[in-house]
Design a protein around this ligand. Structure first.
Ligand code: DAH
Length: 339
């Protein structure tokens, strides 16, 4: 019996494994109930009483060695296992939640893309402007209410420097620097000294359009605006031009579209009129062309300007303007799939 125990002891000590499966096979072979050590335990009963002590100690040593070996090998393979998993380069990555585009950017980009297809380029200008580009060049009389401190943000020490109140200032800058044909779309932020509420804010966004060439007519303006309205709000959209007044266009008009929520039948959104206003437009006043160094006897042009917030409200029924600048991700995430 002692010989058998010593033989197994040597086997146990010499045992190595290359994976966890071999360790388990080893455990079954030696330590399971019917395993080799188990058999020896059964045989132990027949050992004469005077040898029991010595044989018993040997047998116990064998059993402990075998258990220790298995525990050590198991640990080794378990550690190797985790290590492997940490470095598994084939594993797909955790989903990373990406940011979403701001609704105003979505709509602005849509407007730009649409006019780009019609040959309009983007023109930009500074938000901190001077009186000439925002007002004087555009025929605003000295006593025009828009020049009032109540409507416009002035820099106290430099009364000539203001935050632009509309993107029409980019019209002037473009015409000063380029001779016709000019076809530009000017997106940008504008500022007005308004109390902040659900329907007004001290800054918002506009997109201005300007087309100057020979023989540009009101028909061209109407055509391009009809196309814009249909692309933006759907094929069946109708437009309506109402006479209006802007210092820099003559004639001037305001454009309504048929209410896209009720199809023109009348609903609370369009205040039961069937129409909603979306932009201002007109033929560039000849004196504005001359102010900017473009000969009004040779060239004519049209211009239009729209509020991006307004278009976004119409498209997505956002009823509180403040949401656009509060950075509440619950609001912003609603536009995750809008583009
Ligand atoms: N600048 C005007 C505003 O802020 C909008 C506007 C009206 C722009 C008519 C134009 C235009 O170019 O032709 O209310």
């Amino acid at each position: 019996m002692i010989t058998k125990i010593n033989q197994l002891l040597q086997e146990v000590e010499a045992f190595t494994a290359s994976d966890a499966g071999q360790v388990e096979a080893f455990r079954i072979k030696y330590l399971s109930k019917k395993g080799l050590i188990g058999e020896l335990m059964n045989d132990f009963r027949a050992v004469p009483a005077d040898q029991k002590k010595v044989v018993g100690m040997q047998l116990n040593e064998l059993k402990t060695k075998a258990q220790e070996k298995i525990a050590a090998l198991k640990e080794q393979f378990a550690a190797a296992d985790t290590g492997g998993r940490e470095l598994d380069l084939t594993r797909s990555a955790y989903p990373i939640r990406l940011g979403t585009r701001h609704p105003l950017s979505i709509v602005k980009n849509e407007i730009i893309d649409l006019f780009a297809r019609l040959g309009f380029c983007i023109a930009e200008g500074p938000e901190v402007e001077d009186d000439w580009h925002v007002f004087s060049s555009l025929n605003f009389a000295q006593d025009h209410p828009a020049r009032d401190m109540q409507d416009t943000f002035f820099i106290e020490s430099h009364p000539d420097i203001i935050l632009r109140t509309h993107t029409s200032s980019v019209q002037t800058r473009t015409m000063e620097n380029t001779q016709p044909p000019i076809r530009v779309i000017c997106p940008g932020r504008v500022y007005r000294n308004e109390a902040i509420s659900y329907r007004a804010h001290c800054f918002f966004h506009q997109v201005e359009g300007l087309y100057v060439d020979q023989n540009v007519s009101f028909t061209d303006l109407k055509q391009v605006l009809l196309l814009f309205a249909r692309e933006m709000f759907g094929e069946e959209t109708k437009i309506r031009l109402r006479p209006s007044y802007f210092p820099f266009t003559e004639p001037s008009a305001e454009m309504d579209i048929s209410c896209h929520l009720c199809g023109g039948k009348g609903c609370p959104f369009c205040k039961h009129t069937g129409w909603v206003e979306i932009l201002g437009c007109g033929m560039v006043d000849p004196s504005v062309l001359d102010n900017c160094g473009i000969d009004s006897k040779v060239y004519s042009g049209y211009a239009f300007g729209m509020g991006v917030e307004r278009i976004t409200n119409l498209k997505y029924q956002v009823t509180d303007l403040r949401l656009f600048s509060e950075n509440d991700t619950r609001f912003l995430r609603e536009f995750e799939y809008a583009y």
